[in-house]
Ligand binder design. Sequence first.
Ligand SMILES: Nc1ncnc2c1ncn2[C@@H]1O[C@H](COP(=O)(O)OP(=O)(O)OP(=O)(O)O)[C@@H](O)[C@H]1O
Ligand SMILES: [Mg+2]
Length: 619
Amino acid sequence: MSQKILGTFDDEKEEDAIVKEENPAVQEGFSEEYIQERKSKAQEMASKQRDISVAEFFEKNRHLLGFDNPRKALLTTIKEAVDNAIDACEEGGLLPEIIVEIIDMQNGRFRIIVEDNGPGIVKKQIPNIFAKLLYGSKFHSLKQSRGQQGIGISAAVLYSQLTTGRPAKIRSKIAPTEPAHYFELHIDTQKNKPEIIKEDIIEWKKDHGTRVEMDLEATYQKGAQGVDEYIKQTAIVNPHITIIYTNPKAEQTIFARVSEQLPPQAKEIKPHPYGVEIGRMAKMLAITQAKTLQQFLMSEFSRVGAKAVKEICENSALLPKDKPSNLTRQHVEKLIKGIKETKLISPPTDCINPITAELIEIGLRKEINAEFFCSATRPPNVYRGNPFIIEAGIAYGGDLDKEKTIRIMRFANRVPLLYQQGACAMTQSVQEVSWRSYGLSQSQNSIPAGPAVVVVHIASVWTPYTSEAKEAIAHYPEIVKEIKLALQECGRKLGLYVSKKRRIMEEGKKKSYIEKYLPHIGAALKEIVGFSDVEERRIHDILKEILEKSRKADGGLGRLSAVNDDPGAGEDDDILGDPSDDMPEDSDDGSSDDSYDDSAEETDDEEIEDEETERGAGQ
Ligand SMILES: Nc1ncnc2c1ncn2[C@@H]1O[C@H](COP(=O)(O)OP(=O)(O)OP(=O)(O)O)[C@@H](O)[C@H]1O
Ligand SMILES: [Mg+2]
C-alpha cells in the first residue's frame, strides 16, 4: 500500500520514503544505535515473558487463599476439607458424619485428617481434585453450596507441600462393592498438574466416603479464630450433621446432630439477564448452541420468555432471528442496554435453602448459655441477578459478658466466617443498626456492647466474597439493606424482652424498698402517735396493701420467660402490655426499592408458564 501511495516518486526517493515510513524513528532523527538498543531491550524482555501457572501464582500469593499465617493456615485447611465433605454428603443425599482429627507432629507441624461418609470420588478424578488448582464441579453452576471456586482443597494440598514437602494422602470409595482407591499426591506447580507419588487399592471398612490426610506447618490456638470455634459454629448452623472432632491435645468432642432432616437439595438456576455484564454476554454468545438470538435468550437465562425477548429486541434494535455468532461488540452493548430497559421478573428464589429461623434458634440454644433467643428469616432478594436470603439470630443475657462488645457470628451458605470481620458487609450492617433502641449500648456507628451474640447468615447461589479466601462478604447495597432489616426484626424482639426485664427489675427494687422501710414507718408511728402493737401491725398491713396496689404489677419473671418461649413474641403482645413506646419505628422495614418489578412477579406467573411451554415447543 505504501508503494502505491509513493508511486509518483522516482526510484531513489521512493526507496528512501519507504524506509522512512517503515521506520518513522529514523524520520524523527533517532540514531541507528539507539533504535538497535531499544529493539534488543524489548527482545530481551520478550525472552523472559511466559505463561504463569495458576499454581505458581498462588505459591507466591498464598495469603490470597487464606494461608497468610500458621494459625490461619490450620483453620483454612480444615475448613476447606470439612466444607467439601459436607457439600459432598448433602449432594449425595446422605446425612453427614464427619471425623476431624488434628495430630501434633511437634516442631510446628500438624497432621490433619478429615473423613466423610459422602458419595466418594471416582478414581480418575481424585488426582485432579486434590492436585490441580481451579478444578471442581461447582464453579460453572449457579447452585447454593459451600464451595464455589474449585480451588479450596488443592490450595490446602499446595500449602502442605510447600511447608512440609510431604504428599497429600487421599482414600475414597464410592460403594460397598467397589474397592477403596488410595493416592499420594503432589502438585507440579509449573504445569498445575497432579503428580502421583503412589497409587494403590486398599481395604477400607466403610461403605463409601473420602478421607484426606495432610501434614502442614501450623499453629493450634483456641479462641475466636481457631479450629474449635469453627467446628462449634459449623454445628450451630448445621443441626443435621454429626462432627467427631479430636484436637491436638487429644481431647475429643462429639457434636451430635439434632435434626435428622437433610436440607432440601439445592436447585441449579440459569443466570438472570440483569446480572450478566458485557464480557460474559459476549462469551456466552460465542459458545452457545442456539441458532437465533431468541433461542439464546430463552434457553441460557432464567425468566426470559417470548414476550420478554420481543421487548429486549425492540429495546436493543436487534432481531430475534439474528444469529448469535454474527453479533459484534456494538451489538452486545446494545443488547445489554436493551435488557436493562426491559422489565423482567426477578430470578426464581426457590433455589435458596435458608437454615430457617427455627433451626437458627435451636442451634443457638444448643451451644450458647443465654436467657433469651430470637431469630428471623427475610424473604428472598436479588443482587446482580443472583438470588439470596438473609437470616439473623440473637442470643442475649445468661452467661454472656455484659461489659464487652457483642460477638458477631457470620455465616455464608452455612459456613462460619472467622476472619476479616471488619471488611465484611455483615459487620457494617450490624454497626449501622441503632441498637440502643433495642437495649444494647452503642456509640455511633460502632459494634454495640452488651451480653449478646448476633448471628447473620447469607444463603445464595453465588456468595459475593471479597477475596478467594472466602472470609468476608462484599458490600452490595441490596445485601446490606436485607441484613439490616433482618437485624431490626430480631432487634425489636430483643428490645421488648430487655425493656420488660428492666421493668420487672425496677418492680423488684420497689418491692424490696417497701419491705425494708414499712416496719420502720410502723415503729415510728407507734412511737409518735402512741399506737398499740395491734394498731402498728394493722397500719403496716394497710400501707403495704396501698403501696402494692399502686405499683403496676404487670408481670413476673415467669411471664418474662414466656416472652422468650413465644417465637412470635413482639408481634402480638398482650403478655407484655404496650412497650411499643420504647421502640423506634424502623422506617425502612418491609419497604423495598428493588429494581425488579415485583408486581410483574405476581401477575406474570401465568405468562412464565406460557412462555415455558412455548420454549419447550420451540426447541
Ligand atoms: N470429600 C469430597 N467428596 C466428594 N467430592 C469432593 C470432595 N472434596 C472435593 N470434592 C469435589 O472436588 C471439587 C473441588 O474441590 P475444591 O474444594 O477444590 O473446590 P470447590 O469446593 O468446588 O470450591 P471452593 O474452592 O470454593 O472450595 C469439588 O467441586 C467437588 O466436586
Ligand atoms: Mg471446596
